[in-house]
Design a protein around this ligand. Structure first.
Ligand code: ZN
Length: 316
């Protein structure tokens, strides 16, 4: 379109009434979304190098899907696939709305308004949220380096969002006591965060969560919890461990060793969680990954959709 045509188009826009403008906006948003997805998918097509079913690297182009995506056929297992096969977005409908939905997630948009805005149903909005969080959640165990702050926090157990929630007796009503779910968290001073919802608050569970993120070069800072001391002793290498014991009122050692960065992160995460009015324990990891991403990409926020589509490539 040349500048004259563009000028004339924008002049025409001024003549539209409110309803017509809304219609145009809807159309433009859909076009931007499809266009963006098209770019990401073609980028993905260029980089695709293995079959998502058997990981074989020999495959041929095999027509296109009903939505116009390139289809491939694996020479080893004979299965057909496309760029979305194996990602959380495979077989999801309404592609033209994904991007707008993803943008809303950076604003922690609620499900009902998001569903209403995009004319999708509530269940779809719920499913998309958790599909888009699947890959960020899988990559939760990031390697940490240098000074590592580690701690646990506890949340009330919740069966929200689970179909069979009522088949299990509610602990709260039963004995008046609410079960607490332990969550292990750790971060380094470069801003990398690792997290894991634990099955139980035991040394074994804690050890399984913390050991993979430690290296002999790291310095571990924890509170006085004796489990950490026992875990460090069992490591196959010597690890510097700084225990900040609250009874001694010692919050910082040597001016740099403390767990305040982590405690601050946990405080902000819990404050952010409040707006959901209770998160189902089964989805807790997703809400950890969601906040972690929001917290680490403050300026340039990648599309959750791009991350999901590219997960096939980055997994290898
Ligand atoms: Zn194959």
């Amino acid at each position: 379109m040349n500048s004259q045509q563009f000028q004339s188009l924008s002049e025409h826009l001024h003549t539209l009434n409110f309803i017509e403008l809304k219609r145009v906006r809807h159309q433009v948003e859909q076009m931007i979304s499809s266009n963006h997805l098209g770019h990401v998918m073609s980028d993905c097509e260029e980089r695709i190098n293995h079959c998502p079913y058997c990981a074989h690297n020999k495959f041929i182009r095999y027509g296109t899907t009903a939505r116009g995506q390139q289809r491939y056929k694996c020479k080893a297992c004979n299965k057909t696939f496309n760029t979305l096969t194996g990602t959380a977005l495979a077989r999801l409908r309404n592609q033209d709305k994904w991007l707008q939905y993803s943008d809303g997630m950076w604003l922690t948009e609620k499900l009902r308004p998001a569903a209403k805005k995009l004319c999708i149903n509530f269940k779809t909005a719920f499913r998309w949220r958790h599909k888009l969080l699947a890959h960020p959640t899988e990559s939760r165990c990031q390697p940490l380096a240098g000074i590592i702050e580690a701690d646990e926090t506890f949340l009330n157990e919740s069966f929200k969002g689970r179909k069979k929630s009522m088949t299990r007796k509610s602990r709260k009503r039963g004995g008046g006591k609410v079960t607490k779910v332990p969550v292990f968290l750790a971060l380094d001073r470069q801003g990398h965060v690792a997290h894991q919802v634990l099955e139980a608050d035991t040394k074994e569970e804690l050890s399984a969560a913390i050991t993979p993120i430690l290296t002999p070069e790291s310095v571990l800072c924890t509170d006085g919890n004796l489990s950490y001391q026992a875990i460090v002793k069992k490591l196959p290498y010597e690890l510097e461990h700084k225990r900040l014991i609250s009874l001694d009122n010692e919050r910082v050692k040597d001016g740099i060793y403390h767990i305040q960065t982590l405690n601050n992160w946990i405080m902000r995460w819990k404050a952010w969680l409040v707006q959901f009015r209770g998160v189902g324990t089964a989805y807790l990891e997703h809400y950890l990954a969601w906040f972690r991403q929001m917290d680490s990409f403050k300026e340039e926020q990648p599309s959750w959709v791009d991350v999901a589509i590219m997960s096939n490539i980055t997994n290898t």
